[in-house]
Design a protein around this ligand. Structure first.
Ligand code: ZN
Length: 541
């Protein structure tokens, strides 16, 4: 039995075809976070994937925000599934149960904690050494504490508490438990690219919670014995050994360094592996020590600002004959008459997947697909349509390619991405130029440089263009939309053109523009990483 967890930063990461992406991960249960799919955006191709059954949790607030999903191979079909941690979102038919003592949460709080589509729970039968048992898989996307929103700090901690309450209740009722997902806290200094940069590393409340939730190694157990930590005594079942769960990655790789799962896209830190490990597979101690045979991270898998993490168990799954009611195939919009339409669409889908074999690069899938569903009878049009629609995300593609240009794989996809007629490229260029000028593109600084523009143009010329329009006109156009930003200075250390940034933080400098070294952020000792060049942009009209 193999599990994968991955914060995919938008289901569009699976643009090359969800089935293909899931298959390539080679797991029985695939838990994804930050789908950015809300109920209004869920399309049939995302919800219903041949060979899998899926379970979604949606944010009830903002559209296109948060969201988690668990895809199970048909050979791993759960017999119970539930959305959320509180039990408030389930109708209790086919639910997982075991809610624990929620008395420390008020009812409004419980509602809010489950309102953002951050948890899906599936319960599976497993065979461990000829003995039938169950394992409950809690797929979570824990909140991030935005430093500018202090109220979210409390929300994050309450979410952790609720998660622990539920996980321990299920364990107590006799099921094995796996908690996996984006936990949004790096546990040890070892799990952070620059722990010295953080005051009181261990004083962070998220880390304190992790220390209490997780079973710690022998050394820490001894330390705890000498100086019992009040909090861990309070919240764990065993004060000496901390919590009842284990970080399976650290169980197999206790001292591995530079093992990160998340990198800032703002600074291009993936190139220098300047990241954090905040995506985990936690398992109850017995399961971790007796059934887990391996666990690791997959930093080579691109497409998101996080990489997948996997764990392998020696036990085998016993599938349920029928998926539980939460399964997306029972959603009214995909049931009944729609099924016939879906059969028609499946054929089309396979055709378009074949034609996109090289498009491994993540892209805006759901947008194209939603329209595709509307236009499903114009099958011949789909590829063309899709490209037109996805061209809106060219901006993201450009960034991706520039940020991670060490691999040759996305390059091919980028080329195919720029295949569309010039008319498809221009709108996003205009949008890009506008964003650059307004400084709205802070998170994609590379795009504001002239070198990126050149890349885009070169790429276009490299690409076979059967119906290429007038190139001269296109260059005139490019010049006309890109005259805005001043030429960048070169940084002193690398002698390379800088990138333009805009101050976003409120204060006297808000809106002001400046140049910094274009290299990705990295450790100060890394000569390949960003140097400390900084220059304000002179006032211009
Ligand atoms: Zn530099």
């Amino acid at each position: 039995m193999k599990l994968v967890t991955w914060n995919i930063n938008g289901i569009r990461t699976f643009r090359g075809g969800i089935k293909k992406a899931l298959d390539s991960l080679g797991a029985d249960i695939i838990c994804v976070q930050e789908t950015k799919v809300t109920r209004d955006l869920l399309d049939e191709r995302t919800a219903i994937v041949d060979g899998y059954n899926s379970y979604f949790s949606f944010s009830r607030g903002r559209s296109g925000y948060s969201g988690v999903a668990t895809y199970c191979k048909d050979s791993a079909t759960p017999y119970a599934a539930e959305e959320g941690l509180t039990g408030l979102l389930t109708n209790h038919e086919g639910a997982v149960g075991s809610y624990g003592d929620q008395s420390e949460f008020c009812s409004e709080e419980l509602q809010l904690l489950d309102n953002e589509g951050r948890a899906v729970i599936t319960k599976h039968r497993i065979m461990c050494q000829d003995q039938e048992q169950t394992v409950t898989v809690i797929n979570v996307y824990c909140p991030r504490a935005d430093p500018e929103k202090p109220e979210r700090k409390q929300f994050k901690l309450q979410f952790y508490k609720l998660l622990q309450c539920r996980a321990e209740a299920i364990l107590k009722d006799g099921s094995h438990v796996i908690v996996l997902g984006d936990v949004n806290t790096s546990h040890r200094p070892l799990d952070h690219c620059d722990p010295s940069d953080i005051d009181d590393f261990d004083e962070n409340p998220g880390r304190k919670w992790l220390n209490a939730f997780l079973h710690c190694g022998k050394q820490e157990a001894e330390r705890n014995e000498e100086e019992p930590d009040e909090e861990s005594q309070e919240t764990s079942t065993d004060p000496i050994h901390g919590g009842t769960f284990m970080d399976t990655f650290r169980y197999f790789h206790p001292t591995r360094t530079n093992a990160f799962t998340c990198w800032s896209t703002l600074t291009g830190a993936r190139q220098t592996n300047y990241g954090t490990r905040i995506d985990y597979i936690f398992a109850d101690c017995q399961l971790a020590t007796e059934q887990f045979v391996a666990a690791d991270i997959m930093p080579e898998v691109e497409g998101s600002d996080h990489c997948p993490v996997w764990g392998q168990l020696s036990c085998s799954l016993l599938p349920s004959s029928k998926p539980p009611p939460l399964c997306t195939r029972y959603l009214p919009e995909f049931a009944g008459k729609q099924q016939k339409l879906s059969r028609f669409l499946v054929k089309v889908e396979q055709k378009s997947i074949q034609s996109e074999q090289r498009d491994a690069l993540p892209g805006s899938q759901e947008e194209g697909e939603r329209r595709e569903n509307l236009n499903s009878f114009g099958a011949g049009n789909i590829c063309g349509k899709k490209r037109v629609l996805t061209s809106d995300s060219v901006v993201a593609k450009g960034k991706k390619n520039k940020t991670i240009n060490t691999s040759s794989k996305p390059q091919g996809s980028l080329l195919s991405f720029f295949k569309p007629k010039l008319t498809n490229v221009i709108p996003s260029t205009v949008a890009l130029a506008r964003q650059c000028e307004s400084g709205a593109l802070e998170s994609r600084p590379q795009l504001c440089t002239s070198s990126t523009t050149e890349t885009l143009i070169k790429t276009k010329h490299l690409t076979p263009q059967p119906r290429e329009p007038n190139k001269g006109a296109s260059l005139v156009f490019w010049k006309s939309v890109l005259h805005g930003p001043p030429p960048p200075p070169s940084c002193k250390v690398h002698g390379e053109p800088c990138v333009l940034r805009t101050v976003k933080k409120e204060g006297p400098n808000m809106g002001k523009q400046f140049f910094v070294c274009a290299r990705p952020q990295g450790h100060a000792s890394n000569p390949e990483a960003r140097c400390n060049f900084f220059a304000w942009v002179e006032n211009r009209k």
